[in-house]
Design a protein around this ligand. Sequence first.
Ligand code: NAD
Length: 384
Amino acid sequence: MRLNWGMIGGGEGSQIGPAHRIAAGMDGLFTFAAGALDADPARGKDFAQRLGVSADRAYGNWQDMLEGERNRPDRIELVTVATPNATHYPIAKAFLQAGFHVLVEKPMTVTVEDAEDLVRTAKAANRICAVNYGYTGYALVRHMKAMVARGDIGKVRLVVAEFAHGHHADAADADNPRVRWRYDPAQAGVSAQFADCGIHALHMASFVIGQEADKLQADFASCLPVRTLEDDAMVNLRFSGGTVGRLWTSSVAIGRQHGLTLQVFGETGGLRWAQEQPNQLHYMPLGKRLQIIERGEGNLSPEADRASRVTVGHAEGMPEAFANIYRDLADTITAQNAGKTPDPAANLFPKAEDGLRSIAAIHAAVTSAAAGGAWTDARPPMFR
Ligand code: NAD
């Protein structure tokens, strides 16, 4: 049975709203039933209705949506929060407490305290609070995780993660309001580029190697002097299983586009995946020739086979990766509603605990950078 789904933020012209709507609709598991899509109530109501939401469920703001949905017999089961960062916490908390499942955009919150509170709130309400590290939905990222877990590259020694683009490199454009807010502490919080992009790379590294960041040292730079917050960061890490981590994130790397890549080096092999060529995974077994694994080849791993949507050789990309997060959520919620144990294969979606670890890492990196790169505990207080 289809689940009713709602969305807050992601209005007309937003960056990430369309990817959510495509992803949620891809498998016929969700009906887009309600929305408070825009900071401007009239624009939000109008856009929701043009997308097929009925007039009484096209809301002007999230508070009206919460009240409107709360007591409906056909109320939404899952709400996606795709608003600017500082609003994630109050919206996610209110919907969790009212018994809705939530998928919140990253960064989950701005402060570690709020992130810990969301973890506790979700647990107390027995609801899912997922975080949209949607790039872990790519079939070959899930395959990398499976290869590492089954020992294909031996014990992991080193992970190198990058999320470096060049879209904020133009000094003449630094004052553009759409760029400037990201580097304004009042609007962006304590970190700009690491919080915006670096945490995707960090979460993906943790996801693939199955280890959490224990401690880190960070060097932050504002390559454009006009910026208070960093537009480039280099972060060294030590993970819980002893793996060494190197992470570079930048918004001034001219010529780089999305720039998310992951390399994992073990005792008996290496792996390399780049988001801009997501259908190929480079696998180098020690002492042998480079192999290029194609998404959609049969019998790669149960994780990759489940996440692969079109046959080998056809391009598959970012909305499909996000759709894998939505399908995991639909399968898990449907099982819970039926009183059944959810399929472990659907348990790969990022959780509130992952969101919390990222926020703790952001604050640790800011502390480290301010202390000249001192090694700093990266674990959230509640997991120490
Ligand atoms: P955006 O500025 O392009 O769009 C934000 C949308 O939210 C707009 O439609 C705006 O009108 C609406 N909005 C703002 N305040 C609102 C409120 N109180 N109630 C309802 N709607 C409201 O921003 P974006 O780039 O789409 O980013 C949104 C969120 O998604 C951010 O947290 C960002 O970090 C995250 N994001 C995630 C990814 C990813 O890959 N997971 C990619 C891009 C952005």
